[in-house]
Design a binder for this molecule. Structure first.
Ligand SMILES: NC(=O)c1ccc[n+]([C@@H]2O[C@H](COP(=O)([O-])OP(=O)(O)OC[C@H]3O[C@@H](n4cnc5c(N)ncnc54)[C@H](O)[C@@H]3O)[C@@H](O)[C@H]2O)c1
Length: 314
């Protein structure tokens, strides 16, 4: 049995990774500052070793990786608008903390580190789908910070021989995604608004598109990246390979929830990209990855979870 460290494991995606690892009988440690995550996301899991701490503190990073075989580095403040409002705080979480985790992993002899990269690195490059060989064109501090940490991963592989794989996620959604802040993922915000009978806001005309990916697919891609021999030092998209407009998403959520409200429209947000769709051929070649849960099936599961977790208050 290996020991896995999930940084940011009390967050949305990290808690799903921890759950999958526990399900496989692996030993799991989580380190999380709880800046956006919650202890309750891990409450259903037995035997997870939890460290509360900020990875921007190198001593926390060293304590967290001690004795660890594989690091799944998920910790970040994952919001474009928040990074525009407060770039320094985002930088500390997304870059400083990542460098600490890499240094601690290198010094502790970790076998592999798999990093949660972001499709935001592609920016508004006009060609679709986005292929890993395209140049980065970040449009926000968040996108730049995620890209910088990805570059650090590759540098640590080249300079120090630490095995790293950067997986670029594209708009992940699913149970436990937190809808409680305006910075939250759009699907969780739509579901919450419709559940509470409010009108959700669509920024821009709603024709912007995203490769919405159900979290189970991401977990599968990341766990494959922990072991795939030819993935070392690579950047790999993990998504569905499709794209759906926000207007289409809104109508799908509304139909599934049996709601009738219309959305509000507001000005486009700075830093948001127009269209995003992944080329997933590299993930298929190097990881044997294929998405197994469709957008529609994932949406239905997410709504079902949300309704069970947040019953309507009469
Ligand atoms: N959700 C998406 O669509 C998406 C898309 C692309 C990339 N990502 C990346 O995936 C990762 C996980 O995102 P998520 O959606 O689960 O977000 P999340 O906010 O639910 O999880 C991030 C976790 O990291 C923790 N954290 C933040 N800074 C920390 C620090 N300095 N030290 C320790 N813990 C810290 C937070 O408390 C939280 O639990 C992030 O790296 C994010 O950038 C997410």
């Amino acid at each position: 049995m290996s020991l896995y460290l999930v940084t940011g494991g009390a967050g949305f995606i990290g808690s799903h990774l921890a759950e999958a690892l526990v399900g496989r009988g692996e030993r799991v440690r989580v380190v999380d500052s709880l800046v956006t995550g919650h202890r309750r996301n891990l409450a259903h899991l037995q035997g997870v070793d939890f460290i509360e701490g900020d990875l921007a503190d190198i001593d926390i990073a060293r304590r967290a990786v001690d004795g660890v075989d594989v690091v799944l580095h998920q910790a970040a403040i994952p919001s474009v608008p928040r990074s525009i409002q407060d770039p320094l705080t985002s930088h500390r979480a997304n870059v400083d903390a990542s460098l600490n985790v890499l240094m601690a992993a290198r010094d502790a002899g970790v076998k592999r580190l798999v990093y949660a990269g972001s499709s935001s690195a592609y920016g508004n490059t006009p060609t679709l789908p986005k292929v890993e060989t395209m140049p980065a064109a970040p449009l926000s501090p968040y996108a730049l910070q995620k890209f910088v940490a990805e570059q650090y991963c590759q540098l640590f592989t080249r300079l120090y021989g630490l095995e790293t794989v950067a997986i670029r996620y594209f708009n992940v959604f699913g149970p436990r995604q937190d809808p409680s802040s305006p910075y939250s993922g759009v699907i969780s915000l739509f579901i919450r608004a419709l559940h509470e009978g409010h009108q959700p806001t669509i920024y821009g005309d709603g024709e912007q598109t995203r490769d919405f990916t159900y979290v189970t697919n991401v977990v599968d891609g990341v766990l494959r990246a922990c072991a795939a021999p030819t993935a070392n030092g690579e950047v790999i998209n993990v998504a569905t390979g499709g794209r759906i407009s926000l207007n289409h998403l809104f109508r799908s959520v509304r139909d599934l929830m049996g709601a009738t409200v219309e959305p509000l429209h507001a000005a486009p947000r700075p830093g948001d990209v127009c269209d995003s769709q992944a080329d997933i051929r590299k993930a298929t070649e190097l990881l044997g990855y294929q998405p197994t849960v469709s957008f529609e099936a994932g949406l239905a599961k997410t709504i079902e979870w949300y309704r069970a977790a947040q019953p309507v208050v009469a």
